[in-house]
Design a protein around this ligand. Structure first.
Ligand SMILES: O=C(O)CCC(=O)C(=O)O
Ligand SMILES: [Fe+2]
Length: 223
């Protein structure tokens, strides 16, 4: 909490300054500030419905470590990780049933964001839903389990802010820190499609829309 002098009106510390300008991260990558803000409440309601059918769970890496971020999926294909590796599956391994359908709102928002970023005709068939609590993180990685790297990735941030780690195509490239707030969308493709990225350890906090959590929707064309 910022220190108060006693002169400013109550609540000024939480004053919402709005999403600010879009930010080009490099060729083929952009942060669309606040792009999903207006849809946030509907997105969160849909995520709750999806999690009723396919609960958030922590997956293990092929190396046998438990990931700190909890995940679920919706859409025709869902991203999973276990001892056999990283891959897409049409069924939720927990239930043996297909992943919940991708709500029309999700696909439409992802397509609009992709088009705004310069990637027209994006039709995602997979939506990975990540739930971060304070203290969790996602280490630097490339998204490379998809068949066609000509298709972009669209990533929506909801709830607690995070620091997005944005590197280059090579593992050792410099890593930039980008603040992602509620409603921000990052889209990357083309020359940036195989850029390394991750999420720095989430800071403690409470968000009016999500409580003590950050939710992320990652849209991809898997098949
Ligand atoms: O949470 C994020 O913003 C990034 C998620 C991500 O990179 C992934 O799920 O592959
Ligand atoms: Fe990723």
């Amino acid at each position: 909490m910022p220190r108060r002098t006693g002169r400013e009106p109550e609540g000024l510390g939480e004053l919402d300054l709005g999403p600010g300008p879009d930010e080009v991260l490099g060729p083929g990558a952009i942060r669309l500030a606040g792009f999903a803000r207006a849809a946030a409440a509907d997105l969160l309601a849909a995520i709750a419905d999806i999690a009723d059918l396919a609960p958030f769970r922590r997956m293990s890496t092929p190396g046998g470590r438990m990931m700190s971020v909890a995940m679920t999926n919706c859409g025709a294909e869902g991203w999973v990780s276990d001892a056999r590796g990283y891959r897409y599956t049409p069924e939720d391994p927990l239930s043996g049933r297909p992943w919940p359908a991708m709500p029309a709102l999700f696909g439409a928002l992802a397509a609009r964001a992709a088009a705004r970023a310069g990637f027209s005709g994006f039709l995602p068939d997979a939506c990975l839903i990540n739930r971060y609590e304070p203290g969790t993180r996602l280490t630097l990685h490339q998204d490379r389990n998809e068949r066609d790297f000509g298709q972009p990735i669209v990533s929506v941030s909801l709830g607690l802010p995070a620091i997005f780690l944005w590197g280059g195509t090579a593992r050792g490239d410099a890593v930039r820190r980008v603040r992602l707030a509620h409603g921000d969308v990052v889209a990357w493709g083309g020359p940036a499609r195989l850029a390394h990225h991750g999420i720095h350890t989430l800071a403690e906090g409470e968000h009016p829309a999500t409580g003590r959590a950050r939710l992320n929707l990652t849209f991809r064309r898997a098949g």
